[in-house]
Each structure stands twice: as structure tokens, then as C-alpha cells.
Design a protein around this ligand. Structure first.
Ligand code: NAP
Length: 274
């Protein structure tokens, strides 16, 4: 399975057009047939099959960093490590298999609200952790000190010009590409708000979507943070600006699209046309 994932993803990374001021950005998520990526009240739901998880972990091993939003850290308490593959396939036919390295973990967290006891912070001395905070937010100095003492790097980033409560991810990616981080590829794994922002700011180069043959069938977290609601029906995202934020998504197109089954799931890979 990891060979199939490697063959699908590796040729799409590091396109010459993005060897520039910012890292290559791969946007990935797993969704149900009805477009949900999380359960009610932002709970974690197992969506991917074992085979598509192998694809996800192969993808992690091929990137320098993995980025998630602070709500995903609260909901899922992820480790964001490479666990489901023992090594990477050879870079060239006949070459040796290569050891996997855990990518740097990046959390978007305006006011440094994540629990210092979460997996990412607890393991920050074993694998790098960068927390992106909003430079205009009121940040408790003790929270910053606790994170740095645990081994994390805190990077202050300006907010989006259109929304002072949201970190400007374009600026963040530019900073992460510079010294001392020199990150050249980032796999953005969610959640819905982060996916919406990356799409709205048109920052992604590659999209990898796992579609599982199941329905959520109840109110959950839609991939774009909100979905058209029937009259009186609650909307999954409590951010009133969610529908506005997704408007920048309209009209974006993918090229070199491939669909490939991984177990019972279907994985779509495509490159954004810019
Ligand atoms: N199926 C999948 O592939 C997958 C993957 C990951 C997560 N999930 C699910 O997704 C759900 C969590 O998604 P979510 O939308 O609630 O949270 P999220 O995207 O993980 O985090 C959103 C938070 O990030 C902070 N933020 C700062 N700048 C931002 C920006 N420019 N754009 C967006 N967010 C910014 C905001 O909090 P502050 O204001 O406090 O900074 C915001 O509330 C959970 O149910 C989780 O299980 C699913």
C-alpha cells in the first residue's frame, strides 16, 4: 500500500513553480460521502480505512511538516507522527528503502490555548513543534514560557487583513520557509476552519481527499466549516463568517487528477490550477 501511495504522491511534490518564497502546500482530509470530516460537537470520528491511513502516513513521511488547527488538537489530541509505515520505498529503482522521519508539527493557535499536557507538547523535545500565534492577540506570558520550556517554538504571525481574529496563513507559510525553520513542504491536515482558510487564501498546491463509503447521517463538522442549512437547522460551524470565508473557494480547479482506491476508500489527488 505504501508503494502505491508513494507512486501517487511523490511525483507531485516540489513542482518548480513553488520552489519560491513559500513551502509546497498539500491540503489533505478524509471525508464521508455527505462531506463531513468530524463528528457532532467537533468530536473525532474514524473515517479512513486502514489502507487509506497507510496512504496518509506515507504522505506525512514525504513532507517536512504537518499543520493542524488548535481545535483539532483539542478534539483529537493527535501525535502527527509516521506510525503506519516502517520505511519509505527507494528513491530510485534498486535503491535502499529509507528510514522515515517524523515531520515537524505545526499548530495554528492564536492565543496559545492548547493544553500543555497534549501529545504534541509532551513530545516536543523528541520531534519539533511550532505553535503559530496571532501577534495582535493578548497572550499570557506564562503560557508562552510553558510551551517553550517544553521544547516548542512560538512564532508570532500577523492576522489576516480581512479578519483580525485569524492568523494570516500566507504570512505564516512565508515565515516557516525562512531561517531558522527552512520548511519546504507542509501537509495541512485540518480541521475544517483551517481547510477553509487555506482554500480561501488559495494557498494549496496539491489536494488529497480520502472519501470513505459511509454517511455521517447527523450533524457534524462539514469540510468547509458550514453547509447549506435547511430552515431552522443548526449550522455545524458556530463562526458566523464561515459562509463568507468559503466564498474564496469558488471556481478553483484541479488538474492532473487521479482517483485511486485504498481498501474500501477512494483517494483523489489533484493539483490546483493557478
Ligand atoms: N477527517 C479529517 O481529515 C480531519 C482532520 C483534522 C481534523 N478533523 C476534525 O475537524 C474538527 C476540528 O475542526 P475545526 O474547524 O473545529 O478546528 P480547526 O480547523 O482544527 O482549528 C480552528 C482554530 O484555529 C484557529 N485559527 C487561527 N487562525 C486561523 C485561520 N487563519 N483559519 C482557521 N483557523 C484559524 C482558531 O482558533 P483561535 O482563534 O483560538 O486561534 C480556530 O478556531 C474536529 O472534529 C476534528 O476531529 C478531521
Amino acid at each position: 500500500m505504501e508503494q502505491a501511495a508513494f507512486d501517487l504522491i511523490q511525483p507531485r511534490l516540489g513542482r518548480p513553480s513553488v520552489l519560491s518564497a513559500r513551502p509546497h502546500i498539500t491540503l489533505t482530509y478524509a471525508q464521508t460521502l455527505d462531506g463531513f470530516i468530524g463528528g457532532p460537537n467537533r468530536t473525532q470520528v474514524l473515517i479512513s480505512s486502514k489502507e487509506s491511513l497507510v496512504m496518509t502516513h506515507t504522505c506525512r513521511a514525504l513532507h517536512s511538516a504537518i499543520l493542524v488547527g488548535c481545535q483539532t488538537v483539542r478534539s483529537d489530541n493527535p501525535s502527527l507522527t509516521v506510525r503506519m509505515i516502517p520505511s519509505l520505498p527507494p528513491a530510485h529503482p534498486g535503491g535502499p528503502r529509507r528510514p522515515v522521519q517524523h515531520p515537524t508539527a505545526i499548530v495554528v493557535d492564536s492565543s496559545l490555548s492548547i493544553d500543555p499536557g497534549c501529545n504534541l507538547v509532551q513530545r516536543a523535545k523528541e520531534r519539533p513543534l511550532i505553535v503559530l500565534a496571532n501577534e495582535t492577540a493578548l497572550i499570557d506570558r506564562s503560557k508562552r514560557e510553558a510551551l517553550e520550556l517544553a521544547g516548542a517554538s512560538v512564532v508570532l504571525v500577523p492576522p489576516m487583513p480581512s479578519n483580525p481574529h485569524r492568523i494570516d496563513l500566507a504570512q505564516a507559510f512565508y515565515r516557516l520557509h525562512q531561517e531558522p525553520f527552512r520548511i519546504d513542504s507542509i501537509m495541512v491536515e485540518g480541521g475544517a476552519s483551517i481547510i477553509s482558510s487555506v482554500l480561501e487564501q488559495q494557498l494549496a498546491d496539491l489536494l488529497i481527499v480520502t472519501i470513505a463509503p459511509k454517511f455521517m447521517g447527523r450533524d457534524g463538522v462539514h469540510v468547509l466549516g458550514s453547509r447549506p442549512a435547511a430552515s431552522g437547522e443548526p449550522v455545524a460551524d458556530d463562526d458566523a463568517s464561515a459562509s463568507k470565508r468559503t466564498s474564496g473557494v469558488d471556481g478553483q480547479q484541479l488538474a492532473r487528477v487521479q482517483w485511486q482506491p485504498f481498501g474500501i476508500d477512494m483517494v483523489m489527488v489533484g493539483e490546483f490550477v493557478r
